[in-house]
Design a binder for this molecule. Structure first.
Ligand SMILES: [Zn+2]
Ligand SMILES: [Zn+2]
Length: 357
């Protein structure tokens, strides 16, 4: 059997290619049919040509899916179940996975993910009829009753990424004030950080950005929004015990660190590609005892906490999705909008259109 798969050819260039459909070859695998795919914040940088990527690869690493077939050892999902799929491949059984460090799983080569040019292995992407999921019991999370596979497409990656930007700080400092510097670098991660901060009982949640679309979403999520450009001239804000740099610029990271209160947490979402002449305020960070983080998310690990919060409707994320398109429009619309979701399942798209019209 063959299937169609949307492939990144080069900056702003995508192609639907015919490729062999994957088959189950291990008892722990599941075969899934993608329902909805969202554009990850990192995708935007890759698609615009702002990363060193030279590879062609199947795109789409944030997606929800329906389970089609399971291997003999799979016990937590069954055919017909609708699931969130962790974008990072991890086994759940190795030393790293057991410590919650699923991003560094020892059972697969580093940077093993769906829909990204991380290493030489092609795991496939969400813009296709079938995706083979290794370690299905560990990597698939049933969608709670009533939750939308469209709103939860980003749960593969950017949603738990936004969660981990603020959750550790709020665990240490319950009720703390939070500052999120939003921007196109990690547009949706910043918004998911806002949603998480509200869900976990933060004090004041200030969201700074210049783009009206993102400011409007942040406001709907309950943030106090501040329209302000962050650059080299910006004076420190706050201080706040928890700061987030979702702009991924040297200036915004610097301002976030300088805006962090003593004993606070400053986390940058990103991915600084290429050389940088950034000079972090090491001495201030040291004397203020600030924890500064620049690391990837542990998607599967965070999802163990995130999915129950979504199920209980404590964590509300529907407002982050900015546009919903049919998957066949992806080639033209992949660079549009704050957080677009592309739907592969016709019934799901029709249902969505009825609900929102
Ligand atoms: Zn991503
Ligand atoms: Zn592992």
């Amino acid at each position: 059997m063959h299937m169609h798969q949307l492939t990144f050819i080069g900056p702003r260039e995508f192609e639907w290619r015919e490729v062999p459909a994957p088959k189950i070859s291990d008892a722990r695998q599941a075969l899934v049919r993608p329902l909805a795919v969202s554009r990850c914040d990192l995708d935007l940088a890759i698609f615009r040509g702002n990363t060193p990527t030279q590879q062609q690869f199947a795109i789409g690493h944030e997606f929800t899916a329906e389970v089609v077939e399971i291997g003999d050892a799979v016990s937590t999902v069954k055919p017909g179940d609708r699931v969130v799929v962790s974008f990072q491949i991890s086994c759940g059984e190795c030393r790293m996975c057991k410590m919650g460090l699923t991003r560094s799983c020892e059972s697969v080569p580093r940077l093993s993910t769906f829909g990204l040019p991380g290493n030489e292995i092609e795991y496939g992407g969400g813009f296709s009829e079938r995706v083979l999921v290794p370690y299905a019991d560990h990597m698939l999370f049933p969608i709670p009753n009533g939750a939308s596979p469209i709103a939860l497409a980003p749960a593969s990656d950017n949603l738990p990424d936004g969660f981990r930007l603020v959750a550790p700080g709020l665990a240490r400092w319950p009720g703390a004030d939070v500052l999120v510097l939003g921007g196109s670098g990690a547009g949706s991660c910043g918004l998911y950080a806002v949603a998480t901060a509200k869900a976990l009982g933060a004090g004041k949640v200030d969201y700074v950005d210049t783009k009206p679309d993102r400011l409007a979403i942040a406001e709907r999520l309950g943030a106090n929004v501040i329209e302000q450009r962050i650059d080299e001239q910006t004076a420190p804000l706050g201080p706040y015990l928890i700061t987030v740099d979702a702009q991924i610029k040297e200036a915004s990271f610097y301002v976030a660190m300088m805006s962090t209160a003593p004993e606070g947490f400053c986390t940058t979402v990103g991915g600084y590609f290429g050389p940088t002449d950034m000079r972090p305020p090491w001495m201030g960070n040291y004397f203020n005892c600030i924890t500064v983080r620049n690391e990837m998310v542990n998607a599967a690990h965070e999802l163990k906490t995130v999915m129950p919060l979504i199920g209980k409707e404590v964590l509300k994320v529907t407002d982050v999705v900015s546009d919903v398109f049919p998957a066949l429009e992806a080639q033209e619309r992949l660079l549009d909008s704050v957080k677009p979701v592309f739907v592969l399942d016709d019934a799901l798209l029709a249902q969505h259109r009825e609900g929102s019209s």
